[in-house]
Design a protein around this ligand. Structure first.
Ligand SMILES: [Zn+2]
Length: 259
């Protein structure tokens, strides 16, 4: 069994805890605010147990599959569908579509993950992969990736007017919500990704180029680490502590059985 290391207190979420979170804690009003009433044809997606191998027995065959949810009446209906799957992760599709399901644009986003950080203790991503610890990370890497997120936030606000940061449970996402950014071509996105990398940021190019169109849904539960994906202002980001900040701690973490 390979040792999977995470910052203190972070761990996989059980099915029962996922159920508890999505029943009573998942905040649909905040999700609606994220989309600013322009939910429109937004597609969602879930993965039940690709990494955690924790999933409802009845869905064993599809446990590692990315399942797209593009038919739902409203967010409450979305919640009900999530409660059926009890997934380890919930995403939304950054691509926007017209009435005929034709892609008309895509939200621009940047993904900073701690495993891409070269850690003085755990080494490079290649070192971690060799030990089968590609998804592991430590508090030091989390702090380093946070500093990158702050720097990237500044880099982006010099070029765009509406930038939002989200703590994803592992690393950080930066979303650019300017209309002109939605219209960028694949080539322009790739160029921007190269610029950002040249400036020293360890981003996942697939997300910025748009090849990976899914991104974690803010306010959903990251079942790999038991943390809520949390939007943060620049100021909040600067003092953010993912281990202790109560806003990203699901309630079940403090409801340990008493003896
Ligand atoms: Zn480390």
């Amino acid at each position: 069994m390979v040792q999977y290391y995470l910052p203190v207190g972070m761990r996989y979420t059980t099915l029962e805890e996922r159920k508890q979170f999505y029943t009573s804690e998942f905040d649909l009003e905040k999700v609606a605010q994220w989309f600013k009433g322009s939910l429109g044809k937004t597609k969602f997606a879930i993965i039940m147990g690709r990494h955690t191998k924790i999933f409802p027995e009845k869905y064993k065959e599809d446990a590692a599959t990315t399942i797209i949810i593009d038919e739902y009446k409203d967010l409450e209906d979305l919640r009900q569908q999530i409660l059926d799957f009890l997934p380890e992760a919930v995403y939304y599709d950054r691509s926007v579509y017209d009435e005929c399901d034709r892609k008309t644009g895509q939200e621009l986003a940047f993904d900073l993950d701690p495993e891409n950080i070269t850690c003085p203790i755990h080494g490079t991503l290649a070192d971690k992969m060799k030990r089968m610890q590609g998804l592991s990370f430590c508090e030091l890497e989390l702090e380093m990736v946070k500093q990158e997120a702050i720097g990237l936030y500044d880099f982006l606000t010099n070029r765009f007017s509406e930038v939002k940061a989200v703590y994803s449970g592992r690393g950080f996402h930066l979303h650019v919500l300017d209309l002109q950014a939605y219209k960028k071509s694949i080539q322009q996105r790739e160029e921007l990704a190269q610029q950002v990398k040249s400036a020293g940021f360890h981003i996942d190019e697939w997300v910025t180029s748009g090849e990976m169109r899914l991104i974690r849904l803010p306010w959903s539960l990251n079942g790999l680490v038991s943390r809520i994906a949390l939007p943060l202002t620049k100021k909040e980001l600067e003092s953010f502590d993912a281990v202790h900040d109560e806003r990203c701690l699901p309630k079940f973490l403090s409801q340990k059985a008493t003896f």
